[in-house]
Design a binder for this molecule. Structure first.
Ligand code: 0RA
Length: 670
């Protein structure tokens, strides 16, 4: 602990500053962890796990145990070196207390041991402490077991030695503060998806997760690293080769190391999946590591094809030709990553482009030479892609020309809104002509546009871009949104601020929703990342009692409403039961046909078409009263795996997936 940049001398003055620091986190939590909803809550686990991962990256930790406890707390235990517990040279108090109670003190005492560290989260475990009503840290180190407890970031006691141990490690258990978070409920899948991803990216680690609430458990250990990752993503694809694994470490003249790992595989599909990571963070917006990989891929494959006389003379294959059916994972460990872009998930370091490019050029050439069979399949596939692309260009030109001819004409069946400012407007993609009709009548035409879709749209997962663009329904969607397609797609050109998918709550509806989600995920993911894609939530039930009509969006709400009506009725009875007086007619007394004994009629909405325009407006379209689900890609790796399972070629894994996840995808039928 030589560095003092985080801990300035002067005990009294500094301890005041420390207090201020954590107070600031409690005052403005969103500034540190993004938000105070479900995302922020999960960010806390992420932050503690990241610290353990840092220990693993430094080479000292191989096991991490995460437990979601029944009392709402969460614990993370690792077998790293343990947070130092001795007295801090300057502050005199235990270093453990400094780490836990000082903003950004984290693991930065000893910079040299941390070659890399997760850059995006990295707010420090002290933030987790500040936002927990209670936190207990237990450290095994130097033969002792030490422990300290905190409340809202303040120590409740000094560091206590509670026993002896020959092991080392850190165990942090925290209780998220109910006065800060809007929800305290952890979601097993959300935590485990991220832990699985971390286990793929760090092959020496074994990560355990256990949910004490229902006993669910998982152990993630992928000694094959990125090779296992690529196989997982492509679990339901049909590969045309074994994965190519490339890895090397670059050392600069100043001795700064950059570790590059890339794994790729081609399958029989036409779509591309590239997942990229910098220091274990998913770089959704790509960056210099991805561009370096792309240029190396194009260059090396072209060079190989030319050298082996696999192409016509004087032709060359483009980058796009090598993207069809490609699944790849790029993981780099960078000493000082610069994150850019809208969501700070784009790597900006210029030097990484060249580093990745030269490593992939060299390593890929080796893979190709050692696997001539696979190389042949790749080149053949790219040649086919080039031919298809030439055809696609014609189809695209056709649409462009058509658009130009008809003066950028919009689809005939689009009922557009009158406002022209995208940020104020929304478009509903509505399943079926009859629901489309109701929506057109029920909408507020100033800012709501309606595009009715008829029947099932193309499964874009199985089709090549040419086919996608030939599909009338899909083309209509692209045209109405107006942000272009393929390489020319630009989310900022979208004609509407919100794109809302509205489909029935039945089997057909969920099929259409899945097809539409696939289309957006594969071809308009920028719109999802910009938070512009939504799913409308029509009610499931209508509860009728006399002249009163109410809507429920789930079973729980339905029961609440029924209970309330019964109570109101009972109250009314009690208040008006004056002796000798004939009771006035209670609107709640009229008995409906098909109603239960107490006159409450519950009907289940089967489709949007069952609602008249006013009902549709009141329940599903009026911004004042509706609920919209915002679509987000929380975990790109998992999303890809799931889409592959749901939309891919093989039926059996899809059946297995639906069976296993029946509780989560109740309405999903594909
Ligand atoms: C500060 C310094 C050192 C390690 C750590 C913190 C550390 C923090 C966490 C949080 C969770 N698990 C952790 N493991 C370690 C370096 C210690 C040394 O030099 O021995």
């Amino acid at each position: 602990m030589q560095e003092e940049e985080n801990v300035k001398p002067g005990y009294t003055a500094d301890s005041i500053k420390v207090l201020e620091g954590l107070e600031a986190v409690r005052k403005r939590p969103a500034m540190y962890i993004g938000d105070i909803g479900e995302r922020g809550l999960h960010h806390l686990v992420q932050e503690v796990v990241d610290n353990s991962i840092d220990e693993a990256l430094a080479g000292f930790c191989t096991n991490i145990h995460v437990i979601l406890h029944s009392d709402g707390s969460c614990s993370v235990k690792d077998d790293g070196r343990g947070i130092p517990t001795g007295p801090h040279p300057v502050k005199k108090i235990s270093a453990l207390e400094v780490v836990m109670c000082t903003l950004h003190a984290g693991g930065k005492f000893d910079k040299n041991t941390y070659k890399v560290s997760g850059g995006l989260h990295g707010v420090g475990v002290s933030c987790v402490n500040a936002l927990s009503s209670k936190l207990i840290v237990t450290v095994e180190r130097d033969g002792k077991i030490s422990q300290q407890e905190y409340a809202a970031g303040d120590p409740v006691s000094s560091v206590q030695v509670i026993g002896e141990s020959t092991k080392t490690g850190t165990h942090i258990r925290f209780w998220p503060d109910a006065t800060i978070f809007k929800t305290l409920e952890y979601r097993f899948l959300k935590v485990s998806d991220r832990l699985r991803e971390l286990a793929f990216l760090n092959p020496n680690l074994t990560i355990h997760i256990e949910d004490e609430r229902d006993g669910e458990k998982e152990v993630f250990a992928f000694r094959g690293g990125l090779v296992d990752f690529v196989r997982y993503i492509d679990a339901n694809a049909t590969p045309i080769m074994k994965p190519f694994m490339m890895s090397a470490t670059h050392t600069s003249e100043q001795g700064v190391e950059t570790q590059v790992e890339v794994c790729l595989q081609y399958n029989t599909s036409y779509s591309e999946t590239v997942l990229s990571y910098v220091n274990n963070i998913n770089t959704v917006e790509g960056g210099t590591h991805v561009s370096g990989f792309r240029s190396a891929l194009t260059r090396t494959l072209n060079a190989y094809a030319t050298a082996n006389n696999m192409m016509k003379k004087d032709t060359s294959l483009s980058g796009d030709d090598f993207r069809e059916g490609l699944t790849s994972v790029i993981s780099v460990k960078v000493a000082e990553p610069q994150f850019e872009g809208q969501t700070k998930t784009k790597l900006g370091n210029g030097e990484i482009d060249g580093i990745v490019r030269s490593i992939v050029n060299e390593e890929l050439a080796k893979c190709l030479d050692q696997n001539p069979g696979a190389a042949k399949h790749i080149i053949e596939k790219a040649v086919q892609a080039a031919e298809a692309r030439a055809a696609a260009r014609k189809a695209k030109d056709l649409i462009r020309r058509k658009n130009a001819l008809e003066g950028m004409s919009l689809p005939g069946k689009l009922a557009d809104c009158s406002l022209r400012t995208p940020e104020d407007t929304e478009i509903y993609l509505v399943e079926g002509d009859s629901a489309g009709g109701s929506a057109k009548q029920g909408r507020d035409r100033r800012f709501q546009a309606i595009l009715p879709l008829k029947g099932k749209i193309l499964n874009v997962h199985k089709a090549r871009l040419t086919k996608v663009l030939e599909n009338e329904e899909v083309r209509t969607i692209f045209t109405a949104i107006g942000a272009g397609f393929g390489d020319d797609f630009d989310a900022s050109k979208a004609r509407y601020g919100k794109i809302i998918l509205m489909a029935d709550a039945d089997v057909d509806g969920s099929h259409i929703r899945t097809l539409l989600l696939t289309l957006f995920f594969k071809h308009m993911s920028e719109l999802i990342n910009a938070g512009k894609l939504y799913i409308a939530q029509p009610p499931l039930y209508k509860i009728k009692k006399g002249k009163m009509e109410q809507y429920a969006y789930n079973e729980e709400e339905r029961e609440e409403i029924v209970a309330r009506i019964r109570k109101e009725k009972a109250d009314r009875k009690a208040s008006k039961a004056k002796p000798g007086e004939e009771p006035a007619e209670d609107p709640l007394d009229t008995v409906e046909e098909g109603a239960s004994a107490d006159g409450i009629l519950i009907s289940r909405f089967k489709g949007l078409g069952e609602m008249n325009p006013d009902q549709l407006w009141a329940t599903t379209m009026n911004p004042e009263t509706r609920t919209l689900l915002q679509v987000s890609i929380e975990n790109a790796a998992e999303a890809t795996h799931i889409f592959e399972t749901l939309m891919g070629e093989n039926v059996e894994p899809r059946r297995q997936f639906i069976e296993r996840n029946a509780q989560y995808v109740k309405n999903l039928d594909v």
